[in-house]
Design a protein around this ligand. Structure first.
Ligand code: HEC
Ligand code: HEC
Ligand code: HEC
Ligand code: HEC
Ligand code: HEC
Length: 509
């Protein structure tokens, strides 16, 4: 008993010491205990990033994507303008990163940069100047997640060495000693570089290292895209991230519907197959698109290279969002005379939760408007206000709520202590809600309008980061149903309108 008591008081002392220590330099509580000392296993701590055989990396270990473009134009055209190409320059990321560096006295530097500029961390060519609050970065490192980042990955850090026995925090091994390109092709030959078949590239584990973020002190899952996928019907049917994100939206939709891999799709055979390089001799059944599009419309249109006039990636992101769900609506009149509107949101097309990743920041919500015959409002929720935001407390929102160690809600990854609420919708899962309203003017027509909306972040979050430079955050309508219900001979007769304007919205943003 006494032993326990003394261990207990030692712990209290330790905690107090840590707290005092943290308070004295003004470090955020949730990362005060973060160990950034490099070790053999974790040379870029707190990132999990490693090089093969602990070989040093220099800028010569990596080439710019334009070098690869010469023989791999298809892959390059896809990658250019993708969020992987924006991973460092993304202004929302940079602003949030600076905020985090200030809050943690630079402790999280390698953690964040390990995924957003792996080349910078490996070669030591990215740094942050505390005094000026500016970054210094080599041109190669600023290209983000490049061809050579992914195709130099020679293995995954063994799970026994990771933080939570799961991939994450850049837990991959990068070969910086050779110029071997690791990829999915067996026996491929190139006059320019050595090649090596890598099973890892044909598995979701490759993506997992960067699409799972774990808080390095308390182990909380901050971004859990891979974890969500791992327990989904897609994983069960052998469908991986690459199947949906390295193929066109049309193919991804068919994958989600049939739970079959694209290799079996007769209708897309001609478009999927081809050569892996202009110098290649072999034809492969699937040559992969490198667009890697998710839901990010705002950054992919802001950062689109000039020549990508049609804002290719942003438009594909809209298409993905607009094909990710099914919306079912029902209206009934209750015994007490009130009306009940049932809304069922079905995650029919995403291989992970909706939304996924930065779910403290990403928002999907239900917007409802019910009007009577002459347009008087009977019920509304989820409307945007003058500040381009909506009242979260009075809206059904799909997201997570994270809190820091003091229980205050936070959007900042480094200060997340735990998740208090999660309303994200799992793959092939449903979320049902009902809204009750009063037909107070006894109208014989009710116009019901329901939208499912998405945005990458709220306006006030982006305003707080970017001030006057903040862009207007667009709202993408993922799904929309509009129905008029009319009373005829004391019976409600249903008339259904379909939503036609999505196509034009898609092109005009
Ligand atoms: C394990 C890899 C990884 C680590 C570590 C990581 N990120 Fe990210 N980050 C990502 C990925 C992947 C996305 C994109 C997710 C998406 O768009 O769905 C992202 C997106 C973001 C975004 C959103 C950008 C936008 O335009 O909406 C911000 C902000 C961000 N990260 C900040 C940080 C900060 C700050 C840190 C360090 C505390 C950090 N990240 C650490 C992988 C990582
Ligand atoms: C985010 C990681 C990532 C980036 C960045 C990336 N690739 Fe890939 N690449 C992959 C994966 C994964 C595959 C294999 C997909 C599969 O087989 O399921 C692949 C496949 C390939 C192939 C084999 C043929 C094919 O398309 O299937 C070539 C060649 C290739 N990539 C070249 C490039 C070039 C050139 C760039 C830069 C312009 C690039 N990659 C950027 C992950 C990446
Ligand atoms: C001079 C032309 C040329 C250049 C430049 C070039 N490659 Fe290749 N690459 C090829 C050829 C040819 C193949 C073999 C294609 C085949 O098997 O059909 C190939 C194959 C690949 C593969 C597949 C490897 C496998 O085993 O799956 C990857 C990945 C790859 N290249 C990446 C890159 C990257 C990254 C760059 C830029 C740093 C690059 N290549 C530059 C010609 C080139
Ligand atoms: C080296 C780390 C790294 C690897 C490996 C990686 N990603 Fe990413 N990925 C990122 C980062 C960082 C971002 C987002 C940058 C941002 O939002 O600023 C991102 C963005 C994305 C996006 C766009 C998200 C959006 O909001 O539109 C998709 C889709 C994506 N990745 C899929 C994949 C897939 C599939 C794989 C595996 C084949 C993969 N990634 C491997 C780091 C990585
Ligand atoms: C069945 C197809 C499918 C599979 C499998 C799939 N995704 Fe997605 N993914 C989607 C769709 C559709 C969206 C757009 C809706 C959304 O944003 O969630 C998306 C969005 C994303 C986003 C952007 C999320 C956001 O809102 O910022 C990222 C990042 C991403 N996927 C990564 C992955 C990774 C990593 C895997 C594998 C672990 C994966 N996806 C597997 C269909 C898929």
């Amino acid at each position: 008993m006494r032993k326990i008591a003394s261990i207990f008081s030692f712990l209290i002392l330790l905690i107090t010491f840590n707290a005092l220590n943290a308070a004295s330099v003004g470090i955020n509580q949730d990362v005060a205990g973060l160990d950034t000392t490099p070790t053999i296993d974790r040379p870029f701590a707190p990132s999990m990033l490693r090089t093969k055989d602990n070989h040093k990396a220099t800028l010569d270990s990596f080439e710019n994507p334009e070098v690869c473009a010469g023989c791999h134009p298809k892959q390059y055209e896809g990658w250019r303008g993708s969020m992987h190409s924006n991973a460092w320059n993304d202004p929302i990321f940079l602003a949030e990163f600076k905020k985090g560096l200030k809050a943690t006295d630079g402790k999280i530097f390698n953690l964040c940069a390990g995924c957003h500029s792996p080349i910078g961390v490996l070669t030591g060519t990215v740094s942050w100047d505390k005094k000026t609050n500016e970054f210094n970065i080599s041109e190669k490192a600023a290209r983000g997640v490049t061809c050579d980042v992914c195709h130099s990955i020679s293995g995954a850090v063994p799970l026994k060495d990771t933080l939570t026995s799961e991939h994450g925090n850049a837990s991959h091994i990068i070969d910086t000693a050779t110029h071997i390109k690791y990829g999915p092709l067996k026996n491929s030959k190139s006059p320019y570089h050595e090649t090596q078949y890598s099973e890892l590239h044909t598995r979701a584990n490759l993506c997992a290292s960067c699409h799972n973020i774990i808080h390095p002190v308390n182990g909380t899952g901050i971004e859990r895209t891979y974890d969500e996928w791992r327990v989904s019907p897609y994983a069960q049917n052998g469908i991986i991230c690459q199947d949906c994100h390295m193929n066109s939206v049309e193919v991804a939709i068919q994958i989600a519907k049939t739970l079959k891999r694209p290799e079996t799709f007769e209708n897309h055979k001609a478009r999927l197959s081809g050569k892996a390089s202009t110098l290649g001799t072999e034809r492969y059944s699937v040559v992969h698109s490198h667009e890697f599009v998710g839901g990010n419309v705002i950054i992919s249109s802001l950062m689109a290279p000039n020549s990508l006039r049609k804002r290719k990636h942003a438009n594909i992101a809209k298409k993905r969002l607009q094909n990710a769900t099914e919306l079912t609506i029902g209206l009934s009149q209750r015994k007490d005379g009130l009306f009940k509107l049932d809304v069922d949101v079905f995650n029919s097309g995403a291989g992970h939760n909706l939304p996924t990743s930065l779910t403290q920041v990403r928002h999907i919500w239900i917007e409802v408007t019910v009007t009577d015959k002459i347009g008087r409002i009977l019920f509304e929720t989820g409307k945007l206000d003058n500040h381009n935001d909506f009242n979260e407390e009075e809206t059904i929102v799909f997201k997570t709520w994270a809190v820091d160690s003091k229980g205050r809600e936070t959007h900042d990854p480094w200060s997340i202590n735990h998740i208090v609420r999660d309303t994200t919708i799992p793959p092939k899962g449903h979320s049902k809600h009902d809204f009750v309203f009063n037909n107070k003017y006894n109208s014989n027509q009710l116009n019901v309008d329901v939208k499912l909306n998405y945005r990458s972040a709220t306006q006030h979050f982006v305003d707080s980061l970017l001030g006057d430079d903040a862009p207007t955050i667009p709202t993408i309508t993922m799904n929309h149903f509009s129905k008029s219900f009319t009373l005829q001979n004391s019976k409600w007769k249903e008339k259904i309108k379909t939503y036609e304007s999505l196509e034009s919205e898609l092109i005009n943003y």
